[in-house]
Ligand binder design. Structure first.
Ligand SMILES: Nc1nc2c(c(=O)[nH]1)N[C@H]1C(S)=C(S)[C@@H](COP(=O)(O)O)O[C@H]1N2
Ligand SMILES: [Mo]
Length: 265
């Protein structure tokens, strides 16, 4: 990937040498560590990026497009490398971070207030049973608990304790198509995200109704949050009101603004 085509492509580009360096730096940042190790051990050049993505970089629009392609390439690589049997670390209760941090695209006071009475989770898409689920019905399913580390791309991490329904068991109950590519989530705020089916079915992926032994509080995502210790914080939707199974790429709130879609931690 460090071979000749790079120089000629770079020479054709209208981007200044500074912009070209910036582009390579951004593309590098978009590639998660495993992808970096495997593909970029020998360095990454603008020419290499152009070959990888099949994009030209004659102007900044094309450069943007190239970065998007790099990010989707990164998604694919993370998908290939994802080991469904590998567990994220768990921790003793003494290591729980207190108070556990709140984070959202707004302040804590603006967190949505969902009324649990009369609340129904909507389920749709490629499922055998397009149903609605009350919180009582969800609470009556077999529950599990986990103490895991939440990692936010903004540069903090914290250990928390979540309880709820193993998501694979829930997907089986609704008869979700196991061969479908995505599970998408719509939230009570304007948030939305989507995940790959392999992560959806991972043993530690939990549809949480509880935090630290209590009903999931408003700030941490009442009425429910999908907790995945194998994914970064922004992939863990709070205030879920609807989920759907699909083969059409649903994107996400931050993902559509340039965050990497797979978002493995
Ligand atoms: N509905 C919704 N879910 C969300 C967010 C949000 O703004 N709205 N922010 C995400 C981000 S970036 C993080 S780090 C975690 C924060 O979860 P916490 O408040 O439990 O720490 O929620 C994620 N899920
Ligand atoms: Mo985050």
């Amino acid at each position: 990937m460090k071979t000749a085509p790079g120089s000629s492509t770079a020479a054709r580009s209208a981007l200044s040498p500074g912009d070209q360096r910036e582009l390579v730096k951004e593309a590098r940042a978009l590639l998660a560590p495993p992808a970096r190790r495997r593909f970029l051990r020998h360095g990454m050049t603008l020419g290499g990026l152009v070959m990888l993505t099949g994009c030209s970089v004659a102007n900044s629009d094309e450069a943007e497009h190239l970065l998007m392609k790099v990010s989707r390439f990164n998604d694919a690589v993370q998908g290939w490398l994802f080991d469904p049997d590998k567990l994220a670390p768990t921790y003793p209760a003494t290591m729980i971070t207190r108070p556990f941090p709140f984070n959202a695209y707004y302040s804590e006071a603006e967190a949505p207030e969902v009324d649990g009475n009369g609340f129904f989770l909507q389920v749709s898409g490629l499922v055998a049973r397009r149903d609605i689920w009350s919180l009582e019905q969800l609470a009556a399913l077999p529950q599990e608990e986990q103490i895991t580390r939440h990692i936010c791309v903004e540069g903090w991490s914290a250990i928390g304790r979540w309880g709820g329904v193993p998501f694979a068991a829930f997907l089986d109950r609704i008869g979700a198509d196991r061969t479908a590519r995505y599970v998408g989530f719509r939230c009570a705020d304007d948030y939305y995200t989507s995940i790959d089916m392999a992560t959806a079915r991972h043993r530690q992926t939990l549809l949480t109704l509880r935090y630290d032994g209590e009903t999931l509080p408003r700030k941490y995502g009442f009425p429910m949050k999908l907790r995945m210790p194998t994914k970064l914080g922004y992939k863990n939707p709070k205030h879920i009101v609807e989920l759907f199974v699909t083969n059409d790429y649903p994107g996400g709130y931050w993902e559509d603004q340039g965050y990497n879609w797979f978002g493995g931690s």
